[in-house]
Design a protein around this ligand. Structure first.
Ligand SMILES: Nc1ncnc2c1ncn2[C@@H]1O[C@H](COP(=O)(O)OP(=O)(O)OP(=O)(O)O)[C@@H](O)[C@H]1O
Ligand SMILES: [Mg+2]
Length: 298
C-alpha cells in the first residue's frame, strides 16, 4: 500500500486536525440534541432505577434525573419502591406519617393511585411515596395470583398523564424489584465507580434477562450510569475503562462525580437542581436528562 492511500493517511494525524477531546468515559464527547418541547404528554416511558448493591446512587439519581426531566418540560412521576422511604424523605415528604402509600396500592385491591399521589415542590414532578409499611408487601404478595404485576396494575390508571415514570428500587432482587422490572420499558443501572461493583452487574443483567424472557418482553437495558466518579484517581479511570469495554454504548456519557453536595441535598429534602442549581452535580443530572430524552424520544 502506498503511503498516500486513504487507509495509510487515516492512521496518521492529519496536519492541522486536533484529536477529539475525550470525555470521562474515554470516548469522544458527543453532541446530544437539545430536548424538543412536547406537543402532548404521555404515555409514560417507565424506567426502573435498579442495582441490588446498596448505596450506589439509585435514590439520588431517581430524584435528580426526575427533577431535571421536569425542568426540561417533561411530566414525571417518581415511585418510591423501597421501604426505607429515602426517595420520599429526599423530597421533603414526612413519609413516616403517611397512611396511604405504595404499600396500599400493591396489596389492597381497591386502593386508588390518585389517593396516594403527591405533588412535590418541583413543577411537573409527582411522587408515589413509601414508608416502612412496604416491607410487609413481599410476604403479603407471595400467595397472590399475578404477584409480579401488582405495581403495573397500580401505575396503569395514571401512566397516560406522564412522560416518564422513574421507579426507585430497593437494594435487592426480590419481589418488589421484580415488580418494577415487570412493568418497566427499560432499566437504568447506577453503578458506583469501584472495582467490586462490576461483579454484581452480572447477576443484575441475568435477572433483567429472565424478566425479559418470562414476564416482560418490552424490557431493555436503558443505560449504565457511573456514579461517585473521581477523575483524580487511576482506580476510577481504570474501572470506567472496564465498564465501557464490557457495556459499550449502554454506558451514559454523563458521569456523576463524587461530591458532598449530594448528601447535603438529602438533608435539605430537595433535588440538587433546585437546591444548588449551578453546582456540577446539577449540571451532570441535566446532561443525563438530555441523554435519557435522546434515547427515549427518537
Ligand atoms: N455522586 C455522589 N457523590 C457523593 N455522595 C453521593 C453521590 N451520590 C449519592 N451519594 C450519597 O451516597 C449515599 C447513598 O446514595 P443513595 O441513597 O442515592 O444510594 P442508593 O443506591 O439509593 O442506596 P440504597 O441501596 O441504600 O437505597 C447517600 O448518602 C447519598 O447522598
Ligand atoms: Mg435508595
Amino acid at each position: 500500500m502506498s503511503a498516500d492511500s486513504p487507509k495509510a493517511a487515516g492512521q496518521l494525524p492529519l496536519e492541522g486536525t486536533e484529536p477529539p477531546e475525550l470525555g470521562p468515559t474515554g470516548r469522544p464527547y458527543r453532541d446530544i440534541p437539545d430536548p424538543r418541547p412536547l406537543d402532548k404528554h404521555g404515555p409514560a416511558k417507565v424506567i426502573a432505577v435498579c442495582n441490588q448493591k446498596g448505596g450506589v446512587g439509585k435514590t439520588t439519581s431517581t430524584i435528580n434525573l426526575g427533577a431535571a426531566l421536569a425542568e426540561a418540560g417533561r411530566r414525571v412521576l417518581l415511585v418510591d419502591l423501597d421501604p426505607q422511604g429515602a426517595l420520599s424523605a429526599g423530597l421533603g415528604v414526612p413519609h413516616h406519617e403517611l397512611d396511604e402509600t405504595v404499600h396500599n396500592l400493591l396489596v389492597a385491591p381497591y386502593a386508588a393511585t390518585d389517593d396516594v399521589l403527591l405533588r412535590t415542590r418541583v413543577d411537573g414532578l409527582d411522587l408515589l411515596p413509601s414508608n416502612i409499611d412496604l416491607s410487609a408487601a413481599e410476604i403479603q404478595l407471595v400467595s397472590e395470583v399475578g404477584r409480579e404485576q401488582a405495581l403495573a396494575r397500580a401505575l396503569h390508571p395514571v401512566a397516560d398523564r406522564y412522560d416518564y415514570i422513574l421507579i426507585d428500587c430497593q437494594p435487592s432482587l426480590g419481589l418488589l424489584t421484580v415488580n418494577a422490572l415487570a412493568c418497566a420499558d427499560s432499566v437504568l443501572i447506577p453503578m458506583e465507580c469501584e472495582y467490586f461493583s462490576l461483579r454484581g452487574l452480572a447477576l443484575l443483567t441475568d435477572t433483567i434477562e429472565k424478566v425479559h424472557d418470562r414476564l416482560n418482553p418490552r424490557l431493555t437495558l436503558g443505560g449504565i450510569l457511573v456514579t461517585m466518579f473521581d477523575a483524580r484517581t487511576l482506580h476510577s479511570r481504570d474501572v470506567m475503562a472496564r465498564v465501557v469495554e464490557v457495556f459499550g454504548d449502554a454506558v451514559f456519557d454523563t458521569v456523576i462525580s463524587r461530591t458532598v453536595r449530594f448528601p447535603e441535598t438529602s438533608v435539605a429534602g430537595e433535588p440538587i437542581t433546585s437546591w444548588a442549581p449551578k453546582s456540577a452535580g446539577a449540571v451532570a443530572y441535566r446532561n443525563l436528562a438530555r441523554e435519557v430524552i435522546a434515547r427515549n424520544e427518537q
